[in-house]
Ligand binder design. Structure first.
Ligand code: ACO
Length: 198
């Protein structure tokens, strides 16, 4: 596996790769100040790219940056994914390419996780959830059954989303929020998110 990205999120991905004994073949980053990542040398991305059949994970926490990198590298590249050995992922779920599932995370039956998604440490994505591409579910967030999260959205650390809620595209839900109603595309919200009483 190769990684593009050598900062904090990459370290968690390396730990997940090591948990599965998957060899790390190389780490790339555009930042010339990053020389080592957990002892692995950081290289500049080769102008000609990597061979198309090389497995690559975009190891960057910012959703928009991962999406731009896919445009730069090409959507048809062979993106790998990694599920930490200590995560639970139901055999009845579906996980897309380029997606990472960190330690102690849960993905329950009939959940569908898109491409280039991050299910971070101890997050729980319960049955029948639909998670779009380039989403980040932060550490310890809880998505109850049947929740949907649109393309590019961030669910902050420690959020609780009650059953059946629909969260749109490019939404940001602040850390620790409780979401009791649907959220439209592009909204940035935090705290207790509920239908206001008339
Ligand atoms: C392994 C990892 O680290 S994965 C990381 C996953 N990432 C996260 O969980 C981060 C989620 N991000 C947040 O919660 C951020 O605080 C955001 C996106 C909600 C807001 O960020 P910004 O737009 O920069 O807002 P800013 O920090 O300026 O705060 C604006 C106001 O909202 C409040 N606020 C910010 N975040 C929250 C929150 N999560 N809950 C309640 N209030 C909040 C601030 O106190 C501030 O209030 P004030 O105007 O009364 O002073």
């Amino acid at each position: 596996m190769y990684l593009f990205g050598a900062s904090g999120h990459a370290k968690a991905i390396i730990s997940a790769l090591e948990s599965q004994n998957i060899p790390l073949m190389g780490v790339f980053d555009d930042n010339p100040e990053l020389e080592l990542c957990l002892g692995y040398p950081v290289q500049r991305w080769p102008e000609q790219g990597l061979p198309a059949d090389t497995k690559l994970i975009l190891a960057i926490g910012v959703n928009k940056t991962r999406e731009k990198l896919v445009q730069r590298i090409g959507a048809s590249h062979n993106y790998g994914n990694i599920i930490h050995r200590m995560a639970f992922v139901s055999q009845h779920s579906r996980v897309g390419q380029g997606t990472v599932i960190m330690a102690s995370a849960t993905v329950q039956a009939a959940a569908h996780i898109g491409d280039h998604v991050i299910i971070n440490t101890s997050a729980s994505v319960d049955h029948d959830c639909q998670i779009g591409d380039f989403v980040h579910i932060g550490p310890n967030a809880t998505l109850c059954g049947g929740v949907s999260v649109g393309h590019g959205s961030l669910i902050g650390a420690g959020c609780t989303i009650v059953p059946g809620i629909r969260i749109g595209r490019d939404v940001v839900i602040g850390a620790g929020s409780v979401v009791l109603r649907d959220v439209e595309d592009g909204q940035h919200l935090n705290g207790l998110i509920k239908i206001e009483k008339k």
